[in-house]
Design a binder for this molecule. Structure first.
Ligand code: GRF
Length: 201
């Protein structure tokens, strides 16, 4: 059993997918903390509804490293071992990332390294790619950059808008993120440089 913390800023549909898989016993994990920088985040309300420990601390003008110290305190208090970013809109500072080497996961709605940053689905539509998708990667000190755990491709249709593509990718995200967290919690990943290999069941 691994202690997992989930950090979110918004609707929290990926949090719900992860929590659902944990609740169904598909992932050997317990969710020890749901943290948000947005007290009004719908995902946080859902966490409370499901009786998970939920904490909101707004950034409130603090410098990044001062704010991240508060995040670290919550993570340590909760004894978090694995951290899942699930639509967390605050970029973690290098000291916090270094405290959890290859222990922080993020999901990004494109096939990295294409279309980093915001509006990845809109960037894909504008660029005219025929295939996009989603990526679960370890968080390192650069944005949307660390070693890739899993990726899934999603077709881009001629009539897609940012919204329709985002909805199709999101369905895949909800399958991919629980799969990736399961591999991490089962200690089934070996990281060699940028390459992440999966060992058999
Ligand atoms: C998802 O598209 C995820 O890939 C990105 O932020 C969005 C979060 O959505 N990092 P939700 O809050 O999990 O519904």
């Amino acid at each position: 059993m691994k202690n997992v913390a989930i950090l979110l800023s918004g609707r929290g549909s990926n949090f719900m997918a992860l929590a659902g898989a944990v609740e169904e016993g598909k992932i050997p994990a317990r969710i020890v903390l749901v943290f948000s920088d947005q007290p009004e985040a719908p995902g946080l309300a859902e966490a409370r509804r499901r009786s998970y420990p939920a904490v909101a601390i707004p950034v409130g003008g603090r410098k990044r490293e001062a704010y991240d110290q508060l995040i670290l305190e919550e993570l340590l208090k909760a004894r978090a071992e694995i951290i899942c970013l699930a639509g967390f809109m605050h970029i973690l500072s290098p000291p916090l990332v270094r405290r959890f080497p290859n222990r922080i996961l993020n999901i990004h709605p494109s096939l990295l390294p294409s279309f980093t940053g915001l509006h990845a689905q809109g960037q894909a539509v504008k660029w005219g790619v025929k295939v996009s998708g989603c990526t679960v990667h370890f968080v390192d000190e650069q944005l949307d950059h660390g070693p890739i755990l899993l990726q899934r491709a999603v077709p881009v249709r001629d009539d897609d808008t940012e919204e329709t593509l985002a909805a199709r990718i999101l369905e895949e995200e909800h399958r991919l993120y629980p799969e990736a967290l399961r591999l991490v919690c089962e200690d089934r990943l070996r990281i060699e440089g940028r390459r992440v290999r999966t060992t058999k069941d």
